[in-house]
Write a protein that binds this ligand. Structure first.
Ligand SMILES: [Ca+2]
Ligand SMILES: [Ca+2]
Length: 204
């Protein structure tokens, strides 16, 4: 590969990267990863540990400030108890009008509404930070222990932009750290076996 071609690769890669069409979203991190066969992302942890989450609002693809946002938030309190929760300064400045109303759900749920001058298009803003204490009810049941869904979103023109949010929902199943599929006892047995064979061969 010529030097000029390598230079071209380096200069075009950031363009390719930034041109990927991620839509607007409300998301949280850590996202977890897939540790089993059910569809929901998993986050392995232990009872008594604390878990920090950050929630982000991404306004990619919007044409005007996002001025109003309704979020459904659900949390399985038998697995995650809230130690602290706080809106960031950026969130409070963008959406000074804020309310939360409990709503029926299989796990404790609420709808949080925020409105104000809003967030400019193509921005990524951290809106909420939480810390949880992992509870004795920790279980791998394939069900959401934390879920956030965009119920409605409106921009400064009064346009309903809910459909621009993709994905519209995110969830995670916290669960015990999976036990090794290769038991420790068997590992010791196999290791001993190999060393015995090696000794036998050396003694020949
Ligand atoms: Ca899973
Ligand atoms: Ca769980």
């Amino acid at each position: 590969m010529r030097f000029s071609q390598i230079c071209l690769l380096f200069t075009t890669f950031p363009l390719i990267y930034t041109s990927q069409a991620f839509g607007a979203s409300v998301s949280f991190a850590p996202t977890g990863s897939q540790l089993d066969n059910d569809l929901i992302p998993d986050l392995a942890t232990n009872i008594g540990e604390s878990l920090d989450f950050s929630f982000f609002l991404d306004t990619t693809g919007l044409n005007a400030n996002l001025t109003s946002l309704e979020l459904l938030f659900a949390q399985d309190t038998s697995e995650l108890e809230t130690l602290t929760v706080a809106r960031t300064d950026a969130d409070i400045a963008a959406f000074p009008t804020f309310s939360g109303v409990p709503t029926p759900g299989t796990i404790p749920s609420a709808i949080f509404s925020r409105s104000g001058p809003g967030i400019a298009p193509d921005s990524l803003v951290e809106i909420v930070v939480t810390t949880y204490l992992v509870q004795p009810g920790l279980i791998n049941d394939g069900l959401a222990d934390q879920l956030v869904t965009v119920i409605s979103a409106t921009d400064a023109n009064g346009t309903d932009v809910t459909s621009l949010f993709e994905p519209v929902s995110q969830s995670v199943d916290v669960q015990p750290v999976p036990e090794s599929s290769f038991p420790l006892g068997l590992l010791i047995f196999v290791t001993l076996g190999f060393s015995l064979i090696k000794r036998k061969r050396l003694s020949k």
